[in-house]
Design a protein around this ligand. Structure first.
Ligand SMILES: [Zn+2]
Length: 385
């Protein structure tokens, strides 16, 4: 028993040290055929363990100078530089590796990959793009394509983004159809902004093709038709949206009601909206229903009913708006609904918040349970500040 415990005592710090080391420095990159300079190399490791990164780097540089043929040491050094945010030095190390004639193909690809990551981290996106493109056909192909995809998205180059997404999907990396639909939607909106309606229409069709269930192409399609004054067309697009993505319909519910009103489709739309509200209640759909509901009593009833289940401020706002234009005083159920909404909205604001760590609580603490600080709570509730 004592013996086991003794080993446990030894093993625990050992495991901790190994984990820490692995996080600091990829150990795989350090396995090497030991040759000339294990001394400088172990000195570097030792310094790393003592959190003396500057001196560790000096030691590794010394080791590299003694033993310039060892590419693993270069990789370790380059990694260390990148992790410390010294991107220029990381880039120099990896470029130096790439320029060498004596490294294997695997090492060359690894250096190219490391260099691409350096450029990315350094914010040199043009050079990162070139470096990632050079990895096509290597063991890093998928990784490079994923990086390229986010690079293209970041710089809003939608067509190249679509190409890369297509390659990724064809290679079986996963489904990129939703993402491609977004790319095509972006293309459509940019075309519309340039006044190229035909281009926008084509792009939108491609978006629907890419992801027939996606909400955004239908949202945009309806908005475009509405801008062109085609109310019936907009309603058709959004009817489809209502069937495919009832949750997303809330985004255009009010526009839908207005389009229906403008085209004399009010009663039909009201029926559909009421059906949707019963299935997926939201304030947006409720407002749309009430826009088309001519009966004031029914409008109020709906608002009160909604407040009872979902005491949101928007619904309370709707009720107040409704009642401002009427002469009848608020009745008991309306007051209760408003109060419920106010209580819900006020609750998060009636807390105290530690100024040191942000810990929030209903009760006042002289010592914060989060950060253990004394007198770190301002004696006022959040709503009072
Ligand atoms: Zn605290």
């Amino acid at each position: 028993m004592d013996f086991d415990f003794y080993w446990l005592l030894l093993a625990l710090p050992g495991a901790f040290l190994a984990g820490w080391l692995a996080s600091r420095l990829d150990l795989r990159q350090l396995k090497r055929e030991d040759r000339a300079s294990p001394q400088a190399y172990f000195k570097g490791l030792n310094l790393l363990l003592n959190e003396q990164q500057d001196k560790a780097i000096d030691a590794f540089i010394e080791a590299v100078q003694h033993d310039p043929d060892t590419s693993d040491l270069h990789f370790a050094l380059g990694n260390l530089f990148r992790r410390r945010g010294e991107y220029e030095r990381a880039i120099r190390v990896h470029q130096h590796l790439l320029a060498r004639a004596d490294i294997t193909r695997d090492e060359r690809e690894r250096a190219q990959h490391a260099l691409a990551q350096d450029f990315m981290k350094a914010g040199l996106f043009d050079r990162a793009e070139d470096a990632f493109k050079a990895l096509e056909g290597t063991a890093f192909t998928t990784d490079a394509r994923l990086a390229l995809l986010s690079l293209h998205e970041r710089s809003r180059n939608w067509h190249p983004a679509i190409d890369v997404a297509r390659q990724l999907e064809a290679a079986g990396t996963g489904s990129f159809s939703q993402r491609m639909a977004h790319h095509w939607c972006e293309v459509a909106q940019e075309a519309d902004a340039r006044g190229r309606a035909d281009e926008a229409e084509q792009a939108l069709a491609r978006a629907r093709e890419a992801a027939p269930q996606a909400a955004r192409p239908l949202v945009i399609q309806g908005q475009r038709l509405l801008r062109q004054g085609d109310h019936a067309g907009a309603l058709r697009a959004w009817d489809e949206l209502m069937a495919l993505q009832p949750q997303a319909f809330a985004l255009i519910a009010m526009d839908y009601a207005q389009a229906a009103q403008a085209s004399g489709e009010g009663p039909t739309a009201l029926r559909k909206l009421e059906g949707l509200y019963a299935q997926a209640p939201s304030v947006e759909v409720l407002n749309a229903v009430n826009l088309l509901q001519p009966d004031e009593r029914l409008r109020r009833q709906r608002l009160i009913e909604h407040l009872r289940h979902q005491p949101s401020l928007s619904a309370a706002q709707g009720l107040i708006r409704e009642r401002l234009s009427s002469e009848v005083a608020l009745d008991q159920s309306e007051i209760e609904g408003l109060q419920k909404a106010l209580n819900t909205a006020a609750k998060p604001l009636q807390r105290y918040r530690c100024a040191a760590c942000g810990f929030e609580s209903q009760h006042y603490f002289w010592q914060c349970p989060g950060c253990q600080g004394w007198d770190t709570y301002p004696p006022r509730r959040l709503e009072d500040q």
